[in-house]
Design a protein around this ligand. Structure first.
Ligand SMILES: Cc1cc2nc3c(=O)[nH]c(=O)nc-3n(C[C@H](O)[C@H](O)[C@H](O)COP(=O)(O)OP(=O)(O)OC[C@H]3O[C@@H](n4cnc5c(N)ncnc54)[C@H](O)[C@@H]3O)c2cc1C
Length: 420
């Protein structure tokens, strides 16, 4: 297929034509766009938000591995994190100090601006404040199969963009995944529901009470099935509660309010804070979702379920998948083959790198649900020794691959059983 021929062929006068269009300027979309631009491919990124990232509800915990992978500097962080605390259902605090940086707590608005600048520097065209509202697949002649996107700007103007190759990185509620029907929509037992406050707190108090630790709270009073978190930043703490959507019977805001105002440990941390912002969002907790490719199409990040089902951590998996999407799409363009058969390489590639964590994450989620780990009944039967606690934080902090953490946990689990 001759792509330059396709590019110069005209469409309607209000339409533009581009080789690759990335929908979504989150970690997945921007990672793919940077790789494509650097390899000399014409790429257009579209995002509905004026400042992508700024309005994205997220704890902002970027594991150090993803920061290194993408070359995100430590200076971008609001706080460097060196350890974790797990607060158990009986309010016992298990603390792990790793002695080195394990994650950067970032402001998503700051991260978004930084990644967009990098794409623009590499020659990519990033268009913000432009929402994809419709999508059609055209087979307009023997040469070209392509997608036609209808986009709407904040002031109501409509634009059409024709594209040879589409990267869908438009998050959990992906319009592209829905309209193309690339994979089935996620069910309530595959989705997480999260509610979150951004709370202003003096740095002195953050240092004294939380320091360089991310805190994760379990218990039926914190979440019906999930956990609560307190992630410290700069003059700010991000405080949230998440649960598997299928387990939510009572409004989650009630849990969050209890957590902030009455939970014996969390309350002490947050005394004197001022709520600046309320946020809510869904995230995929689905394990492997396939397929994530089709003719002239790949799907990456939350839109493809690239998020841990046990922790809800998604930036790392999205960035890895986004980079692979960029690499394989660039190769496909050079090979002149945008067929599903060629683009299947993308799915094979992400399964090799992150498939194991996604699969084991879902398995752990099922085990946690059955064993009552999150509600506390697990702890009654199997006390969380400090070694077992470390395996939990290894998984939550993305310190080591899940399979490795699980293998290390087996003897420690058996010892716990013996103790009890
Ligand atoms: C409350 C909460 C806390 C979280 N905390 C963490 C955490 O601490 N650490 C972590 O690693 N992960 C966390 N996650 C998960 C993480 O935020 C996501 O996995 C990650 O942002 C996924 O990146 P993405 O690029 O796939 O999608 P997103 O970051 O969601 O980006 C998608 C982009 O697409 C745009 N878009 C959507 N629809 C359209 C459309 N129709 N047209 C144009 N643009 C569109 C959006 O504006 C958005 O900018 C959290 C999630 C939630 C909900």
């Amino acid at each position: 297929m001759n792509l330059s021929l396709i590019m110069t062929r005209g469409m309607e006068t209000d339409a533009t034509l581009t080789v690759v269009t990335v929908v979504g300027a989150g970690p997945a979309g921007l990672a793919s766009a940077e790789i494509l631009s650097k390899s000399g491919v014409e790429v257009k990124v579209i995002d509905k938000d004026t400042n992508p990232g700024e309005e994205k509800p997220c704890g902002g915990m970027l594991r150090i591995g993803s920061a290194r992978l993408l070359g995100v500097p430590c200076e971008l962080a609001s706080r460097e994190i060196r350890g974790m605390r797990v607060i158990l259902p009986n309010h016992r605090v298990e603390e792990v100090d790793y002695g080195h940086i394990i994650s950067l707590n970032v402001d998503r608005g700051v991260l978004g601006r930084y990644l967009i600048n990098r794409v623009r520097k590499a020659g990519g065209d990033v268009n913000t404040g432009m929402k994809v509202v419709d999508l059609a697949k055209s087979v307009d002649d023997k040469l070209a199969k392509r997608y036609e996107l209808t986009c709407k700007t904040a002031d109501g103007r409509l634009y059409k963009i024709g594209t040879d190759l589409l990267i869908a990185a438009d998050g959990t509620d992906s319009i592209i995944a829905k309209k193309t029907g690339v994979h089935a929509a996620l069910r309530p037992n595959q989705l997480g529901h999260c509610v979150q406050y951004q709370i202003e707190l003096e740095n002195e108090l953050i240092e004294k009470r939380i320091g360089d630790r991310n805190e994760v709270y379990y218990g039926h009073d914190v979440s019906p099935f999930g956990y609560g978190w307190i992630f410290p930043k700069n003059h700010l703490v991000t405080v949230g509660v998440g649960a598997l959507l299928s387990t939510v019977r009572v409004n989650l805001w009630k849990y969050l309010d209890y957590f902030v105002r009455k939970h014996p440990v969390a309350r002490e941390r947050l005394l004197g804070g001022r709520i600046l912002k309320f946020e809510t969002a869904l995230c995929p907790l689905s394990g492997l979702v396939t397929p994530t490719y089709g003719d002239n199409l790949v799907v990456a990040g939350d839109a493809a379920g690239h998020c841990s089902a046990i922790s809800g951590e998604g930036m790392y998996y999205s960035m890895v998948a986004g980079r692979l999407a960029g690499e394989i799409c660039s190769e496909a363009i050079k090979a002149g083959d945008l067929s599903a058969r060629y683009l299947r390489k993308y799915e094979l590639a992400w399964r090799r790198l992150i498939g194991s964590d996604l699969r084991w994450g879902k398995w752990l989620q099922r085990i946690a649900l059955k064993s009552g780990f999150m509600s506390g009944s697990f702890e009654k039967n199997t006390p969380l020794t400090s070694k077992l606690g470390k395996r939990v934080t290894d998984v939550l902090g993305g310190i080591r691959p899940y399979r490795g953490a699980l293998l290390r946990a087996i003897p420690e689990f058996l010892i716990s059983k013996l103790i009890s």
